[in-house]
Design a protein around this ligand. Structure first.
Ligand code: UFG
Length: 336
């Protein structure tokens, strides 16, 4: 089976490509390296002994993308390629709508033209906004999002759902990720650290661990949680990647044409718990100070994953401690 992976050199994309290759899928990657490094393909080869076919293309470039659909006989698409910073999307919403919505639209048009009937979409728990019902189930209200980035995920879900209603044999699954962390246990691929100051908790902690930043600012000490810091569901990226294989398999079994699944661990951890676990697992002190809450942050977010467990037979297997060890292992290797 030939799978087109858009954004296949990115953080979650590259880990998913590894899992696909390990399961003997034929993989075609389309990526423009806008948030990844060129050496990722070689690392994928080092891990799997296989080289996916690669096209350096921006998914907004319809004509180039069409050449891929024309040349390759694609059976299914896993669509990751998107910009992913909530904060950046507030500064430049147009960029997010163009890239994330127009890009998806190009893929859907080409899927129709070239009779590709299956797609897995990389959505996010951000579609739940500030849901007060935890653990969050898939039937929770969605769309009350806090950023243009979140809106693009919500709109794409709607687009896919509508398309499956219009077209009889077109099937789609949206996967709503909670907080992906960790790296491949080999230490060869992981989440690249930005040159500037990261918004993301783990990337910030890794910079503190590498002594590139002096201390972590913990946003808020007055949330209704055991230590006052926010609660999230931190899922190991390899578990997340495996969720895509489970979804691909489930596409063939599902009775409806559209479905959506949470991918998380089902466990919530505070920021302080995460810091303490990182310190214990990696034997590194992470100095931190509490500061004001970050605007737009939700208080508590963790998943009910029973739907993915029951229907797709998928379970998160790694712990937060495993993920934090793997994240540091990758960061150390990159630094060295
Ligand atoms: N945090 C800090 N200090 C930091 C960075 C983060 O205390 O320097 C805290 C946040 O307040 C939050 C937790 O760490 O409690 C996690 O924050 P992240 O920025 O790492 O992640 P978010 O939960 O804000 O966002 C993540 C993804 C989004 C996705 C969202 C869905 O990054 O893409 O989950 O819930 F939309």
């Amino acid at each position: 089976m030939k799978v087109l992976v858009t954004g296949g050199t990115g953080f979650i994309g590259s880990h998913t490509v590894v899992e696909l290759l390990n399961k003997n899928y034929e993989v075609i990657i389309v990526d423009n390296y806008c948030n990844s490094k060129r050496n990722v393909l070689h690392k994928i080869y080092q891990i799997t002994g296989k080289s996916p076919t690669f096209y350096e293309i921006n998914i907004c470039d319809f004509n180039s993308l069409e050449k891929v659909f024309k040349k390759e006989k694609i059976d299914a698409v896993i669509h990751f390629a998107a910009l992913k910073s909530g904060a950046d999307s507030i500064k430049d919403p147009g960029l997010y709508y163009t890239n994330n919505i127009e890009g998806t639209y190009n893929i859907l048009k080409l899927m129709k033209k070239y009779s590709v009937k299956k797609i897995i979409f990389s959505s996010s728990a951000t579609v739940y906004g500030d849901s007060q019902n935890v653990p969050i189930k898939e039937n929770e209200t969605i769309g009350n999002v806090i950023s243009p980035y979140g809106m693009t995920k919500y709109l794409t879900e709607l687009l896919l759902e509508n398309k499956t209603k219009q077209t009889n044999d077109f099937k789609a699954i949206s996967l709503r990720y909670f907080n992906p962390i960790g790296a491949h246990p080999s230490g060869l691929i992981g989440e690249d650290s930005p040159d500037n100051i990261p918004n993301n908790l783990i990337l910030y902690i890794l910079k503190v661990a590498k002594k590139e930043l002096p201390y972590l600012k913990v946003f808020g000490n007055d949330y209704r949680t055991p230590d006052g810091s926010g609660i999230r569901d931190y899922i190991h990226v390899v578990d997340l990647a495996k969720g895509h294989i489970a979804a691909l398999n489930y596409l063939d079994k599902m009775k409806t044409n559209y479905d959506v699944f949470n991918l998380g661990t089902g466990k919530g951890h505070t920021v302080i718990e995460l810091i303490k676990t990182f310190e214990k697992e990696n034997d590194i002190k992470i100095p931190y100070q509490f500061v004001e809450r970050r605007p737009g942050d939700v208080e508590i977010s963790y998943a009910d994953c029973s739907k993915a467990n029951k229907l797709m037979g998928w379970y998160a297997e790694f712990s937060m401690a495993d993920a934090l060890r793997d994240a540091w292992n990758f960061a150390k290797k990159t630094r060295d």
